[in-house]
Design a protein around this ligand. Structure first.
Ligand code: ADP
Ligand code: MG
Length: 571
């Protein structure tokens, strides 16, 4: 039978003033009126990572309308709104209970501007059952249990927070309806991109720049986005009605313009457009093909048997570029690998900024081509493949190129940013390009490359499979380590939240322990990881223990990116 809150109270009275480890007795689930409080993991001492607690509410009692939870995108948006709301509530009570170390801390996931599926709040699509996960520092004086303070938290603070913010009847219905409607409108635009053959959509009035390099909030008094007439696209949103904006067609699109006129800011917004943003962000209706991958140079990364022969051949050291390996890639080889791996991950759109590209990967100018003969140059630059990538593989490119005119010959559309406003200059740019003789114009494209082969099969890792104490440790957004193997993710720029990074850590650990077997190729393993999480939730890759409250679901593209940067994998 389910224990009751009185039972918990009794345990707490009994262990008061005892040594900290006695707190372990509180682990378990307790019926608290309209919800169940589950103490999933008790910290070892007051200075350790806080205890893990979850709140379970029956769907009927929570009472959220069916149209908020049936579809994945509205359900994710609702869960996100509840995390934010509940987070605000508990924040007021954090450290109101006192003691040593982390005593009295109450903490919950803090979502940024993007709406992501998180372990902090899961809602069942079938029953509407709700689980909210948080951390609480169980109070102590020194290492002596202060049960009275924990009673305060669990019997006074928490019930109020739960009551106020996790039941539909007590919430602001208008706000939650707006959350649902925004998610529906965003979903609609995503569908429309596919139907209309668009790579991305940027609404008029959008605010693209951010407050600062360290703040992802919208810039105040920014110049709002304004669509050039020739690219105007109308969207009839199911809830917000008619909006206009810039539809970027599939194909090759160039963003040009003088320095500081907002090119990179536009590209950044497109990178983030693979996610939905919260109301007030400014990028609510900046929606990008959700398979889009930012491609950049990434010196120093490791590359594992990747077929980069589409771009690189005949290296001076005789290295095989059909199964290229290195622990320390150069600018151009890293960028080539990033392209090929993104193809393997199933992208339909590359986003590239010359600011973060290896020049020799992107172009070779006429003079250089004359001086250093083709046969002596291992690199076939991206410019020679960009059309092939679209025509043969259906992968579009949006490229910021402020300094290199050669791409004019390849572009289907050219957008010029001027004082943060776009203008379409395709015709003018093409005409100018015609008059100007250039390497890229005179030179025929090299013959089509051999299609890259995606058959990498990583070996099973017996040591990892037997090791049930493999530790996953996140270092913010930038890296995650699994035991001693650190996976650098700083330049995987569409990873937007440290909780995604953590989740990737658990996924890679799971893959190393259970999936890689020398027979399944990387595609199969990445696909399995995505499917397991989609169907069973993040808990399925963290099995054997409680589900951490600080995980967010990454895209399949980032699952690939993380596996591809895992130095511990062996063929
Ligand atoms: P570019 O890549 O063309 O050199 P950036 O995109 O880096 O230019 O933008 C230069 C600066 O202008 C940045 O500090 C950015 O925050 C700011 N900025 C970009 N877009 C806008 C805008 N719409 N309104 C106001 N400031 C902007
Ligand atoms: Mg720039």
């Amino acid at each position: 039978m389910m224990k009751r809150s009185d039972d918990l109270q009794e345990i707490l009275r009994r262990i008061d003033h005892r040594g900290y480890p006695a707190y372990k007795d509180t682990a378990g689930a307790y019926q608290f009126g309209s919800y169940i409080l589950s103490i999933d993991h008790v910290q070892g001492d007051p200075f350790a990572s806080p205890s893990k607690v979850s709140i379970h509410i029956d769907g009927k009692k929570a009472g959220f309308p069916a149209d908020m939870i049936q579809e994945t995108y509205t359900r994710t948006a609702l869960a996100d709104a509840l995390i934010r709301r509940f987070g605000k509530e508990v924040e007021q009570y954090s450290h109101k209970a006192k003691g040593s170390g982390k005593s009295g801390l109450i903490s919950l996931s803090r979502p940024g501007q993007e709406v992501l599926a998180r372990s902090a709040c899961e809602i069942s699509p079938d029953t509407g059952n709700l689980i909210v996960r948080l951390e609480i520092g169980f109070p102590a004086n020194g290492r002596t249990i202060n049960a009275g303070e924990l009673i305060k938290i669990l019997f006074r603070f928490l019930p109020q927070c739960v009551e106020r913010s996790l039941f539909y009847r007590n919430l602001d219905h208008k706000h939650l309806t707006a959350v649902k409607e925004l998610a529906q409108d965003q979903h609609y635009i995503r569908q429309q991109l596919k139907e209309r053959g668009l790579a991305a959509f940027v609404a008029d009035g959008a605010v693209l720049p951010r407050e600062s390099g360290i703040s992802d909030r919208p810039m105040r008094n920014a110049v709002r986005f304004h669509t050039p007439a020739s690219m105007e696209t109308v969207m009839e949103l199911p809830n917000a009605g008619k909006i206009t904006g810039m539809g970027i067609p599939r194909g090759v699109t160039l963003i040009v313009g003088g320095g500081y006129h907002g090119k990179s800011t536009l590209l950044k917004a497109l990178e983030r457009g693979v996610y939905n943003h919260i109301a007030g962000d400014g990028r609510e209706y900046v929606i990008t093909d959700d398979s889009a991958v930012k491609i950049r140079a990434e010196d120093g990364r490791s590359i594992k048997h990747t077929d980069i022969s589409m771009f690189i051949n005949g290296l001076p050291n005789g290295k095989d570029t059909k199964a290229f390996m290195t622990e320390d890639a150069s600018g151009s080889t890293s960028q080539a690998a990033n392209v090929i791996e993104a193809m393997e991950a199933g992208t339909h759109l590359f986003l590239i900024d010359e600011d973060t590209s290896a020049t020799n990967f992107m172009i070779r100018d006429e003079l250089m081509a004359r001086v250093v003969h083709q046969d002596m140059e291992p690199i076939t630059p991206f410019i020679d493949r960009v059309e092939e990538l679209y025509e043969r593989y259906g992968i579009s490119t949006v490229l910021v190129a402020g300094s290199c005119g050669s791409y004019f010959y390849k572009a289907d559309h050219v957008i010029q940013m001027f004082q943060y406003e776009p203008a379409e200059i395709t015709e003018m740019a093409k005409k100018e390009a015609e008059r100007f003789s250039d390497y890229a114009k005179d030179k025929p494209n090299p013959k089509n490359s051999e299609a890259p082969v995606f058959d990498r099969k990583f070996a099973s890792d017996q040591k990892a499979a037997r090791n049930d104490r493999m530790k996953v440790k996140g270092m913010g957004k930038d890296a995650v380590s699994i035991d001693k193997d650190t996976i650098e993710l700083r330049y995987v720029e569409q990873l937007v939240d440290s909780e995604q990074t953590m989740a990737l850590g658990y996924m890679v650990k799971y893959a190393r322990q259970k999936l890689f077997d020398g027979k399944k190729d990387l595609r199969t393993v990445a696909g399995m990881l995505e499917k397991i999480v989609e169907e069973k939730g993040l808990g399925a890759v963290c099995e054997g223990r409680y589900l951490p409250c600080n995980l967010a679901v990454p895209r399949i593209q980032e699952i690939y990116a993380c596996l591809n940067r895992c130095r511990a994998l062996r063929i």
